[in-house]
Design a protein around this ligand. Structure first.
Ligand SMILES: C[S@@+](CC[C@H](N)C(=O)[O-])C[C@H]1O[C@@H](n2cnc3c(N)ncnc32)[C@H](O)[C@@H]1O
Length: 364
């Protein structure tokens, strides 16, 4: 049937899909935030909106309208009970991707991302289109908290169990067990570095981030967890290059999605080179994409990632005349920049449990 559609008709259909998908994403983000997917995931049998309201403690009327989106959007199944009332069921196969039990498969957490960016950054980005100016990190308060939630979903099941053991064929883990010095650059609220510090008590860890708010929160969480082998410092990664106290200080440095939105990414990588011991390793984990837009046409998350970049990564990278690389700077540009920063041995591998990112393992 589709074969007979004109280009104009096909695009009209695509526009309908776009409007519907955007709307479903918004409603899913709200459902995820208030915990409706988690609640429905625990209900084995189809349930009425009243039962879902009772179990969640949320308004039945709001739930009914939300279910309208979920049912017409193909997320929740609907059927009629013996008393003819509608009843709803979240299939387990859908819950596997939408709930807080989903771990690294949790795509539900991402449904909050675009709506939150709209809330935080629309005015700044609209202004940026006219002036070319960036948007300061401070505009993204709610988004920063969300990033920490995302980091938890990303790192908790994977970082210590599968990612670190894969680095340099297990050599980094053997060194971590013996006791080495590790720095996590752009650590945000410290989820990844806290997990590493817990797993390897013999090693000493430093979490660095430019955001004072993130560092305060990270330090408080580390204190609560009683981690004595972990410190945090608020610093601009690009400036560490100038400090002798940072020269050759670390055996292993990590940067999880934290290079592409820096205003001076080359200087940040030069700092990493300066901070790393001669036999050390640097793991840069960054978005898996090409620097050439025409090679990203089949990227499964292309529009999503370019939107996140437009609304966050690029504008924060443009602040104070910064480079504004954007999240989709891509493999080729990353390799050039790592080489310019002085790294001579760089291996790029995909990360099986993390389809969003590539792993750039670098040595001096
Ligand atoms: C996308 S977040 C990633 C956070 C964390 N690494 C994770 O895996 O969730 C990027 C982080 O880089 C930090 N950042 C940006 N520019 C920086 C700079 N110049 N120096 C240090 N950190 C910076 C931001 O504050 C933010 O916490």
């Amino acid at each position: 049937m589709d074969r007979n559609l004109t280009e104009r008709e096909k695009f009209a259909r695509k526009m309908t899909d776009i409007l519907n998908m955007g709307a479903i994403n918004l409603a899913m983000g709200i459902g995820y935030k208030v915990g409706l997917f988690d609640i429905m995931d625990t209900m084995d049998d189809p349930a009425s909106s009243r039962q879902i309201a009772e179990k969640s403690g949320l308004s039945q009327r709001y739930i009914e309208e939300w279910l309208g989106v979920m049912v017409t959007g193909g997320v929740v199944a609907v059927s009629r009970a013996d008393d003819h009332m509608l009843q709803y069921h979240l299939p387990k196969t859908h819950g596997d991707f939408l709930t807080r039990r989903s771990g690294n498969n949790n795509l539900g957490v991402y449904t909050q991302e675009i709506p939150l960016l709209g809330l935080s950054a629309s005015a700044g980005v609209l202004n940026g289109f006219k002036t070319g100016e960036g948007v300061a990190y401070e505009s993204y308060r709610e988004f920063q908290a969300f990033m920490s939630e995302l980091a938890d979903a990303k790192h908790r099941q994977v970082l210590v169990n599968t990612f670190l053991p894969s680095v340099a064929g297990g050599e980094v883990v053997s060194r971590l067990k013996q006791g080495i010095k590790v720095c996590d650059l752009g650590c945000g609220q410290g989820v990844a570095v806290r997990l590493m510090a817990q797993a390897y008590p013999q090693s000493e860890f430093l979490g660095l981030d430019i955001s004072e708010e993130a560092i305060v929160r990270a330090s408080a969480d580390a204190k609560q967890e009683g981690l004595s082998n972990l410190e945090f410092q608020c610093a601009d990664a690009a400036g560490l290059f100038y400090f002798d106290s940072f020269r050759d200080r670390f055996d292993y440095i990590t940067a999880f999605d934290s290079i592409h939105d820096q205003t001076r990414p080359l200087e940040a990588l030069q700092s990493v080179h300066h901070m790393l011991r001669a036999d050390g390793f640097f793991s840069m984990v960054d978005i898996a994409a090409s620097s050439d837009l025409s090679k990203n046409l089949d990227h499964p998350m292309g529009p999503f990632l370019y939107t996140v970049s437009l609304m966050h990564c690029m504008p924060v990278g443009l602040v104070d005349g910064g480079s504004g690389l954007g999240m989709m700077w891509g493999r080729e540009k990353a390799l050039d920049m790592l080489a310019d920063a002085g790294f001579s041995d760089i291996q790029v591998t995909s990360i099986p449990e993390d389809s969003f990112n590539d792993h750039f393992l670098c040595r001096k």
